[in-house]
Design a protein around this ligand. Sequence first.
Ligand code: S3P
Ligand code: PEP
Length: 451
Amino acid sequence: MTPDPGSHAVTRPVTARRSGPLRGQIRAPGDKSVSHRALIFGLLACGTTEIAGLLEGADVLATARACAALGAKVDRLGEGRWRVEGVGVGALLAPTDTLDFGNSGTGARLMMGVVAGHPVTARFDGDASLRKRPMKRVLDPLALVGARVLESAEGGRLPLVLQGAREPLPVTYETPVPSAQVKSAVLLAGLAAPGETTVIEREATRDHTESMLAYFGADVRVVPEGAHGRRITLIGRPELRPAPVRVPADPSSAAFPLVAALLLKGSKLAIEGVMANPLRNGLVVTLREMGARIEVLDERREGGELVEDLVVQFSELAGVEVPAERAPSMIDEYPILAVAAANARGVTRMRGLSELKVKESDRLAAVADMLRAAGVEAQIEGDDLIVEGKGPGGVPGGGTVVTHMDHRIAMSGLVLGLATDAGMAVDDVAFIATSFPDFLPLMAGLGAEIG
Ligand SMILES: O=C(O)C1=C[C@@H](OP(=O)(O)O)[C@@H](O)[C@H](O)C1
Ligand SMILES: C=C(OP(=O)(O)O)C(=O)O
């Protein structure tokens, strides 16, 4: 059906050196969250879903293969253009082989939700990074729906065998951690249950699942809950109608060239079509507070999402305090924000980062280690990260970044190195292919010295 997501056989060390201005116009790859969901909704709709701009990163390709294993016909028509012939809610096939999600928490957890609502049994696995990540956060609510874990590694971790419910129950569930993956798993399981499934979140997280449920014809209501939260109610057993999906550019990927342009004197970079969903744009809000010159040229709706063209110029940044309640809107952007903070004047304090400890690596520790390797003082106090900025161009560099199988640490380490005199080595850039396969050539095309 599809290209192989590839395995991580070879580690690739790379060095980034002090670079001149970054100039040009780019488009970041398709949004990873929307890409996973486009395939999954394609699987659950009856008929043919056409997708344009799909991220062809290893994480998403693993989800495409899982959709095929569960009964969809998945075809690549051209660059970013995919067609999924779905089976409809309730009609999944039992997969014959293990569903291997590689490095991807989103793929694994959302698909557990899908399987939980169907009378099929599936074995889930992933790479060494994914095997360390907590799965009980989705398995606990899915047990309420009626799914059973038949086997698992310690603490409910991968590899695990999940038996979906024969008669899934609608549940009302309050997520104990702010997680769009947990919310989405419960909603996807609820699709197959009769009646109302409700998820309550105390802090709103990215809302792509809710938006796509509505876009594919499900009856879904979203109302505010408390100061920062939401209550999402879905009526189960809809017939999902296929709908064309145009995937906007990923703000979490755009973040890397964006911050690089802010740090390198004389840079001016245009970034097209970046998703501007308010539940995803905490980084731009924070960088502006730090003094970043980021201009919005054209704000519009594309494929149901708000997108904008950005023009970014070199900026002298100042340290700020980043409130904990902003974390869900920029959860994947803290490693690159920390790189910006290292190049700012004064101290940046990022509060409430406990969720960073359970990503592809313990990102709180990995980011602090990365900065220290570059000669920047960084402390972890409880769930907060405190960075003593060196001022524009002031980071000495000269060390090695240990990526721990984490694409965002690898890309952050390279951007960090671009603004140092001594450069930074990054021990392994292979995992960048999970979310931003063309990162290295794209950066080189803008003038970045990476090699
Ligand atoms: O739902 C999603 O697509 C994602 C949710 C976030 O994870 P959590 O739900 O664990 O916060 C984020 O870190 C991840 O990259 C993508
Ligand atoms: C946390 C991330 O992804 P996932 O949870 O899907 O592995 C990420 O891309 O930064």
